[in-house]
Design a protein around this ligand. Structure first.
Ligand code: UTP
Length: 286
């Protein structure tokens, strides 16, 4: 990650309709992947890539997300009094991970507006965006892979090849391949029908963005679903030859959907000996 990218924006202001009814009361980013909320994996990834500051874009009813990364003096006092030093270290570890600030998105009208809400917190410098429900397990943090491959003054998006029948669930990029194996993107289309898709390279929720994306977002009209789409603003940068698509190394789970979330839980459970044994049927679950 270049040292100029210090801040990561994590938008968490969506409705999470695919997860209703639980998202009536619980933000989907707090749904557990084993015993950690989904968002913690993205925060840990960002920190491992050298990010110093997280901007959470929240909204009404999502206060628990900020609480998770904040101190809880009462709980800490209780654990101290009980001599539960391991648990105390664990809860303090979460607070100590990184500086977290929150901003509010006034109206849940798209990812583009969520990113725009972070403008004053980010300032005039390049920044990262991570969508927590795209959970990526990789040796080198995925956002760090993007950061390392992004030339100055350009944007980068993480790319993944998807089956043609699934292109209508993603932003799709087409362009020409560079000698380094990246795509210099010239066209981006949000959720095209398979017949209209010019490629099967889908955007996954990791971005490096230059600060002028904010000015472009301010001018971007509401598009699909009457929302301001980040992809529409990125398409402007692509028209200027300033978007690099990076096919990252790693295993991505769509934890925003029930099948993807279950798959992620099973994947990480197989790494824990006591759970792996349970899954393999070597232990009596009863
Ligand atoms: P999604 O497309 O997954 O939308 O947003 P969603 O509302 O969270 O979930 P579904 O599709 O209704 O189930 C991608 C990311 O953008 C954020 C979401 O919180 C998620 O992290 N987002 C989306 C915002 O922050 N604000 C918005 O207005 C829309």
């Amino acid at each position: 990650m270049p040292s100029t990218v210090r801040t990561a924006v994590l938008p968490v202001a969506g409705f999470g309709t695919r997860w209703l009814p639980i998202t009536k009361a619980v933000p989907k980013e707090l749904l557990p992947i084993l015993d950690r909320p989904c968002i913690e994996y993205a925060v840990v990834e960002a920190v491992a890539a050298g990010i110093e500051r997280i901007v959470l874009v929240t909204t009404h009813g999502k206060e628990a997300l900020a609480d998770y990364f904040d101190t809880n003096p009462e709980l800490e006092r209780h654990l101290e009094e009980q001599g539960k030093t391991d648990l105390l270290a664990m809860v303090r570890g979460i607070t100590g991970l990184v500086d977290v600030v929150t901003v509010r998105q006034r109206e849940a009208r798209g990812l583009g507006l969520a990113v725009l809400s972070a403008q004053s917190a980010v300032g005039d410098e390049p920044f990262a965006v991570l969508l927590a429900d795209d959970l990526i397990d990789s040796e080198v943090p995925a956002i760090g892979q993007l950061g390392a491959a992004t030339p100055p003054d350009m944007a980068a998006v993480a790319l993944m090849e998807v089956p043609i029948e699934r292109v209508s669930q993603y932003g799709i990029c087409s362009g020409r391949w560079t000698a380094e194996g990246h795509m210099l993107v010239d066209q981006m289309t949000e959720k095209p029908e398979p017949a209209q898709a010019r490629s099967r390279h889908a955007i996954v929720g990791r971005y490096i963005l230059p600060p002028d994306i904010f000015t472009i977002l301010e001018r971007t009209p509401r598009g699909r679903n009457d929302e301001v789409q980040l992809t529409d603003a990125l398409a402007v940068l692509a028209g200027q030859g300033r978007v690099m698509g990076i096919c990252f190394e790693g295993h991505r789970f769509d934890a925003g959907s029930l099948p993807g979330w279950l798959e992620a839980n099973l994947h990480f459970a197989r790494r824990r000996p006591e759970l792996a044994a349970l899954l393999a049927g070597q232990e009596d679950p009863g």
